[in-house]
Design a protein around this ligand. Structure first.
Ligand code: FAD
Length: 487
């Protein structure tokens, strides 16, 4: 009787796009007992001949609590465990740089005072686990090589392009009760949805391109490590307008990403022989991990891709269509939340849909009302975090605030303090509330600072008036000459 039309047939949910978000949405829908059809543009990524879209190979992502929680809440036994078995915990950032003396250093910064970690995961690997799970569910049909090309959301119909066995392009018509569009940043579902609902839409390309590199496993692996650098950190080489990062893979390699203004990419492309010198100046130590000839080869072979940030609202039309994941809110990757937020969309949506009947317009109204401010909040945080990752992580003020907030979180848990990063990555508080809580903490710190600074000023003035300056001079003199001020 669950999810049935009055006629007795089950309600049908169509999912467009079988990326991580679409695949999880299909699992949730099937687990609820709907009849589910999944349409994916590309070939099955479990087929070794499939080239991953946009990437030369599958990229590594940071999976954190929101994504994990949504996988856990899918209700599928063992799914989360199978996915987590293929991940590597990353306990913090490892900042790489050069001292004034010219020597190269590494500085570890734990993400969390309570020891919680984020996890490096292969995007393709995670997607494969989800597709395997889907295939094991009897009420799911998956159609690869099907491209959504048209939709009529008033009449619950859509059209998809596919190839006939003879290789000719053909169009098929499908019907649905609800269509979930999880077809990525350049979503065709969103494009068609715009014709049915008064959707506000905004997109921005930042002036930074990214290119992927690989650090290969150690040539002579030890019994404890096949990784050339710590496998339990997200490695960052920060720079004022550039950044290089490395995320560990299970095979001992690292997937690395170069982020650089587009003009700089063009300069390097004009004369690739300058690439090793550029790396030595910008990202000290990288040429010891990726030999110069390989750096040049990878820069030339791998695509230089743009970064888009987009917001829109509403996400739905009546009870017939809704968009999730990058289709609704693609964001720049600097908070490591794009996929996590998309997986969280699925949990939030299915929490709001009535459990045992066809989705209602009211439930989708509630979904947009709840989720649009959260997606806008994390999109803005992701843009702001680019500055923090490049510059903030080495700034004393950033470190001071982090230490203060973590100390309060550890020793005065009743105050409920936490860093913004830990609320985003280790909790499930709404993103918009995270921003609010962080703003509140910032204001308290400022107010406390405004009180403390004058008090310190007065104390120093009194101390100096009492002859402290003489003692200070003597103390410094004493330190230099091995004596102690005993006033
Ligand atoms: P996609 O992964 O884009 O999947 C969409 C699917 O829809 C694809 O399979 C596509 O083939 C299919 N499709 C497209 N059009 C059609 C059509 N017309 N018909 C049918 N099917 C269609 N996120 C994190 O959480 N952590 C990270 O550390 C992180 N790092 C990142 C680093 C980089 C460099 C980048 C670029 C992104 C990163 N992200 C990260 C973001 C993450 O990759 C995306 O948020 C996530 O992949 C979105 O999943 P999705 O399923 O919504 O969309």
């Amino acid at each position: 009787s669950q999810n049935q039309h009055e006629s007795g047939t089950k309600s049908k949910i169509v999912v467009v796009g079988a990326g991580p978000v679409g695949a999880l949405a299909a699992i949730y829908a099937a687990e609820r007992g709907f009849e589910v059809e999944v349409y994916e543009l590309r070939n099955d990524l479990r087929d070794p001949s499939t080239t991953p879209l946009n990437f030369t190979r599958s990229i590594n992502l940071a999976l954190s609590e929101r994504g994990i929680n949504s996988l856990r809440a899918s209700g599928r036994d063992g799914l989360l465990e199978r996915i987590m078995a293929d991940t590597i915990p990353m306990r913090g950032r490892m900042i790489h740089g050069k001292k004034a003396s010219g020597s190269i250093y590494e500085e570890a910064q734990d993400y969390d005072i309570h020891g919680r970690t984020i996890f490096a995961v292969d995007r393709g690997g995670l997607n494969k686990h989800l597709l395997d799970e889907l295939e094991s569910m009897p009420n799911v049909k998956i159609f690869f090589n099907h491209k959504l090309v048209g939709a009529n959301f008033a009449d619950n119909k859509a059209w998809l392009e596919t190839k006939s066995p003879a290789g000719e392009t053909q169009e098929i018509e499908i019907t649905f009760d609800l269509l979930i569009g999880a077809d990525g940043a350049h979503s065709a579902t969103r494009y068609h949805l715009m014709k049915y609902t008064r959707m506000d839409y905004r997109q921005e390309y930042i002036d930074t391109l990214w290119c992927e590199f690989t650090i290969t496993p150690k040539a002579n692996p030890t019994s404890t490590s096949k990784h050339a650098i710590s496998p339990n950190h997200l490695h960052i080489w920060p720079g004022s307008d550039r950044m290089f990062i490395a995320i560990p893979s299970l095979d001992g390699s690292f997937t690395c990403t170069l982020f650089l203004p587009s003009g700089e990419f063009s300069c390097l492309a004009t004369d690739p022989s300058t690439i090793p010198a550029f790396f030595n100046a910008s990202f000290p130590g990288v040429t010891a991990l990726i030999p110069p000839a390989s750096l040049i080869a990878q820069f030339e072979a791998n695509p230089h891709l743009p970064l888009i940030s987009l917001t829109c609202s509403p996400y739905h039309f009546r009870a017939s269509a809704v968009i999730l994941g990058d289709a609704a809110h693609a964001m720049v990757p600097f908070y490591g939340q794009g996929m996590n937020a998309g997986l969280e969309d699925v949990r939030v949506l299915f929490d709001l849909l009535p459990p045992s009947i066809t989705p209602t317009p009211e439930s989708l109204d509630r979904y947009t009302a709840l989720r649009a401010p959260d997606a806008a909040a994390i999109g803005a945080l992701a843009l702001a975090n680019y500055v923090e990752m490049r510059e903030g992580v080495v700034s004393p003020l950033y470190k001071l605030r982090k230490r203060l907030e973590e100390t309060l979180s550890q020793y005065f848990p009743a105050l409920g303090w936490a860093t913004q990063y830990s609320r985003v990555s280790f909790g499930n508080m709404r993103y918009s509330e995270v921003v609010e809580a962080s703003r509140h903490q910032g204001n308290v710190i400022l107010a406390a600072g405004a009180l403390v600074v004058p008090v310190i000023g007065v104390a120093v003035a009194v101390w100096m008036a009492k002859g402290g300056v003489k003692c200070y001079t003597r103390a410094v003199w004493g330190l230099v000459h091995g004596q102690v001020c005993r006033r």
